[in-house]
Design a protein around this ligand. Sequence first.
Ligand code: ASP
Ligand code: MG
Length: 423
Amino acid sequence: MVNVFKFGGASVKDAEGIKNLARIVELNPEKNLLVVVSAMGKTTNALEELTKAYTGKQADVQDILNSIKNYHESIIKELFEDRNHPVYNEVANTFVEIEWILEEEPHDDFDYTYDQIVSMGELISTRIVSAYLNYSGIAAKWLDARSYIHTDNTYREGKVDWARTQKSIQQNIPAILSDQVAVTQGFIGGTSENFTTTLGREGSDYTAAIFASCLNAEAVTIWKDVPGVLNADPKLFPNTVKYEELSYRDALEMTFYGATVIHPKTIKPLQNSKIPLMVKPFLSPLEPGTCIKESNVQITQPAIILKNNQVLISISTQDLSFITEDHLCDLYGIFAAEHIKVNMMQLSAISYSACVDADDRRLPKLMSVLEKSFKVKYNTGLQLLTIRHFNKEVISQLTASKTVILEQISRHTAQMVLRDAQA
Ligand code: ASP
Ligand code: MG
């Protein structure tokens, strides 16, 4: 059976990371392995900067591009002593593709441009990883994910055409995997007109799940810089606890509310095909990590999910009449059309509140549309705290130095919109 490994940016951020990846692949005794790789380190952020600089006609376009180039070049030099190794050309050619784009006038559609540029991070990282596996004696084949992951043309959030995707994957991949490891890009797909799309930030996990589901894989393993799925983000909270096992349901909800350990779209395709998802530390590959699967285990440690950079939008009718079903219908239509995900909402007689991620491109547009029909106020710089399987102590501990602006408590989940209390 096929196994799918996914390596995120942090695991391939330098030459040592790529060597470590090769060691992990080597540990996997079975041959049927598909490796999905993200862009190296913080490359996606840098490519986002590049896209903004280019579309905004800033003066630093070339500087940003050069620093991305230099970063990759220094890693290649460390991995491949032989300067005639074909990987040098492969990577240079990918950068030429970026340069071609940058020479043209920016397209009107920012999201389209974004995808054509930002996708290059994965195209480059996979060239390097695939070449390095071969170099270290592991037969590997580079695959262009855009020929397998077919999406519509919703740029920056491509919707997968599952029927076409399944057909392409099932027709071609099993034969490829019979005698070599396949290396492909996370995060990217292709439209029927051969334009590149991306699946949303951190979408490489989702790519791994799509391939796994179409190949009916034995398991997906996501290699991370943490020991597994923890009950809170260790960058934000001390004393985290690792879950040995999690149900798909708990994992789904945790990711929905903003746990960044796994991309939210990853779980569903795996759950549908009953494929376990392993989350393991790339620095200690023999440790068991966390296994997410069909399970009745009850979480005993509350799962704490904190989302920063939240905006609370409060909407009321212009004449202060009650908010009716008709208004709600209009409001949801507007949020959907503007691609704004509501993280938490609350309805009172005359106002509707929605907590959303700060997005300096999409929110101003949303506000101007809303303001045509409603009175709109908003607060920025907030946090959304979600606690699954909460208890009172955890809530009071986590809200001690905060002002609670909005609160919602259901049987398993407590959610609060918070602001730092004024000193
Ligand atoms: N490289 C992309 C990102 O950083 C996709 C991923 O890492 O999963 O968003
Ligand atoms: Mg990443």
